[in-house]
Design a binder for this molecule. Structure first.
Ligand code: GDP
Length: 330
């Protein structure tokens, strides 16, 4: 039998104590879509807010098979062996379709899964990208309050999930594979634009030369792009997650990025902008929910949609009319 949740102030204390069972319970609470849970979750987050924000927030993406789990398992273990506390979260909106979270799965990171200094939380199952993003963002705050000083948020490039992760981290790392010289063609340009650091993985054995060539190609591609900051050109490294090579250099670059961005004030600014965009995206989501849940809107929605579909009513007029209906309720 699960113990009932204690009052919010008590739960906040338990989360801060670093107790993983209570952290997990708190995350389940914030993942819940039930109205009464939402209110409690808001209270909990408010109570914990002063204790958040101290971690390094690292985003990680790459196509399936690039070695994300191998990388996180090794990289995370390197960090915990230095005494860091590492939380691994995931954004995977497709998990609602596959019926289970495919990212952040404990079986994929066997060493970290049993590491006292690590906490792995798979992507919340079900829901829209917006819902999954909200949960992950709030989970990140809970982990920070629980004393994790490094948060890794992992995603595969499903829909807009890369943008969502980029929008909640301090540094966005893209893992790449070396191919047969046609690397750049298959890569979405968008993901390179989001990258703060690129690492060509599997640079081991016979693959080292190809990985170096791929890295040069990416460097050239990066030079052609408009840099996001005059203080930072995304470095392109090679690494082998399997052999634990290149990961120290990658960590050194993450620290360098942090230092440069802190001194220039860009890190704080990025976080402030993220907060503001986050607020607006919550407002947009909530308003849309309210609109869709409104009984008067629901009453008319089907017939109006049919008229728009048949070309009998212009979309703009339909939107105006439905919004009027929505506001009439007040
Ligand atoms: P993910 O789908 O991105 O999480 O990728 P995985 O971590 O599951 O790795 C996919 C496959 O690539 C597995 O068979 C790994 O053992 C292998 N792999 C991962 N990293 C490396 C590496 O650095 N070198 C080599 N040679 N294989 C790797």
């Amino acid at each position: 039998m699960k113990q009932p949740l204690p009052p919010t102030a008590e739960l906040a204390k338990l989360v801060r104590s670093g107790d993983r069972m209570w952290l997990a319970r708190a995350i389940t609470l914030i993942e819940s879509r039930k109205r009464e849970h939402r209110a409690l979750a808001a209270e909990l987050l408010t109570a914990l807010m002063p204790f958040t924000g101290k971690a390094d927030r690292i985003g990680l993406t790459g196509v399936p098979g690039v070695g994300k789990s191998t990388f996180i398992d090794q990289f995370g273990s390197n960090l915990t062996s230095e005494g860091h506390r590492v939380a691994v979260l995931a954004i995977d909106p497709s998990s609602s379709r596959t019926g289970g979270a495919i990212l952040g799965d404990k079986t994929r990171m066997q060493r970290l899964a049993v590491d006292e200094l690590a906490f792995i939380r798979p992507s919340p199952a079900g829901g829209s990208l917006g819902g999954v993003t909200r949960s992950t963002r709030e989970t990140m705050l809970l982990c920070e309050a629980a004393g994790y000083d490094i948060i890794i948020v992992e995603t595969v490039g499903v829909g807009q999930s890369e943008t969502a992760v980029h929008d909640m981290v301090d540094i966005f790392v893209v893992l790449m594979l070396s191919g047969a010289g046609d690397e750049l063609q298959g890569i979405k340009k968008g993901v390179l634009e989001l990258a703060d650091l690129i690492a060509v993985n599997k640079a081991d054995g016979d693959n080292i030369k190809k990985a170096n060539l791929a890295a040069s190609d990416y460097r050239r591609a990066i030079r052609l792009m408009t840099p996001e900051s005059k203080n930072w050109t995304p470095p392109v490294l090679t690494c082998s997650a399997a052999q634990n090579t290149g990961l120290d250099e990658l960590w050194a670059q993450i620290l360098k990025h942090r230092e440069i961005k802190m001194i220039s004030g860009e890190r704080e600014e990025r976080r402030h902008q993220q907060q503001i965009r986050w607020m607006w995206s919550m407002i947009t989501d909530r308003l849309l929910d309210q609109f869709k849940d409104s009984p008067k809107v629901q009453e008319r929605l089907q017939s109006v949609t049919a008229l728009v579909k048949n070309g009998e009513l212009p979309a703009a007029v339909a939107a105006e009319s439905l919004l009027e209906t929505f506001h009439q309720e007040d």
